[in-house]
Every structure is written in structure tokens, then in C-alpha cells.
Unconditional design. Sequence first.
Length: 283
Amino acid sequence: MFFDSHCHLTSEQLAPDFQNVLQRAQDSGVIGFLNIGDDINSSRAACHQAASVSTAGIGMWATVGVHPQHALEYCLSGAQGTADELRALAAREKVCAIGEIGLDFVYDDSHSEYPGASRDVQEAVLIDQLQLAGELRLPIVIHNRAADERLLAVVTEYRHLIKGGVFHCFGSAPEIARRVLDLDFYLGFTGLITFKNAEEVRSAAKLCPLNRLLIETDSPYLAPVPYRGKINEPSYLPRVAETMAVLHNISVEELAAITTRNAVEIFNLDYGEFTHEQPTGRS
């Protein structure tokens, strides 16, 4: 049984085929999903999708948050502040984390090809959501692209507020992985570890302790080999698991069980909701 700890099922590539996407995932052994919000609209939609799932043997939860690529849409103050909207969404039963939040120094205002919010604006939006996560005692889901040092500095400064979380789609060097682990965060790995030129990411995945390891698709993005270039979906998660199991010299079944337990632990999930086992999430 696999748990996809990061997927965007509200995306335009997957949402129109939502039920079939779930069926294909279940047929592949994927029975747990963390459906990620990355702006207000997708956060609402992720909550709705998670609440709508009634298929036996499947568990779905949602996150709510504003991705750094959407930082310009975030209102930092006022009666209609974005944090107020996220706070209301986070009160819904199936919401278990604040995210996807973070810093993206590829998509910022210094790159004319991919313009985005300035680094200062991104950081202000991140800090506002870190404070919200601290207030609500929810873990966080962190996005990091080309922002290792500044992101680690900000997270370190606010670590005392944060319940924990995951640096998702980890793609940095092994030394950055060690620093993230030193902050007591989990690392989430995607189909990147199956790419031929991703030796550094595989090295980071190999050094990650099994009790801090999550696997994810980040679908519809980053389809693993042999599906690279196609629209990714949760049914491809076993390909990520197979590569990760080889890196850690354990069976795929062991890897699946460990990473599912880790997702239950960090996101405080009711594991008994979609298995016959007793709930193991933290209070």
C-alpha cells in the first residue's frame, strides 16, 4: 500500500478525470493521497475533492496554502487578508497541513522569461503562512527552487513555531538534505530519483533516514522513468518506490509500509480510516 504524499489532483490535467485517476492509482496499490493546494482556488478544490472521496480502501486529505509562484495574489493585511481565508479552509475536517509554501528563485522578478513575485514579497508571504501554521499547530509542506540558503535561514528562524513538515520534491545537494534533517523535517522524493542525470538527488535520498522519508508524485508534474514526458499521476508512484527501495536496499513492500507510516505520523492522519489497522497519528 503506497501513500502519495504530494499530488495536485485539482490540476487541469487531472481534475477532469478525477475518478479514473483514483481508480488507476488504487489498481497500482496507491491508497493514500495528500492533495495539495497552491493558491486559494486550488486549496478550496483540494478540500472539496478530499471530502468527496467515499471509495472503500482510499484515504485522501488536503493542504491549503499559497505557492511562491502565486505570491502576488496573496493579501498580507486587511479585512480580506489571505491568511483569514486559509484559516477558514484549514478548519475543514480533511485539512492536515499548510502548503504548498516556500521560495522559488527561478520564478521571481529577476527572470524575464519566467516572471514572478520579488524575493522580498515571496518571503513575506512565506512568513505569514509559517505564522499561520504555528497558530493552527499544523505541519507545513515546503517548496524550494534555487533558494536553499535563504529558505533554510527563514525556516530556522521560525522553526520554534512550526509543528514540523516536509521539504517536498527534494532536489538539492546532499549537504542541504543534512541541514533540513537537522531541523527535524522530512524529505519528500519524486520521480526525479529515476532520472539518469539525477545522481545528486539519489545521493540525498540514500542518506535520508528511513523514518524521515516520504515518496510522492507531484503529479501532474515530473513523471518517473519510463513515463517521463507524460502527464504524471499517482498510479506511477510505485516506480518512485522501486528506485527508492533499491537505494535503501530494502523491499518495495517495506518501503511502502515505512513511507505510509511516515505520512501518517507527520500529518497526524487517521490511518484506520482506509485500512484495518488502528489509527497511529499523533494527537
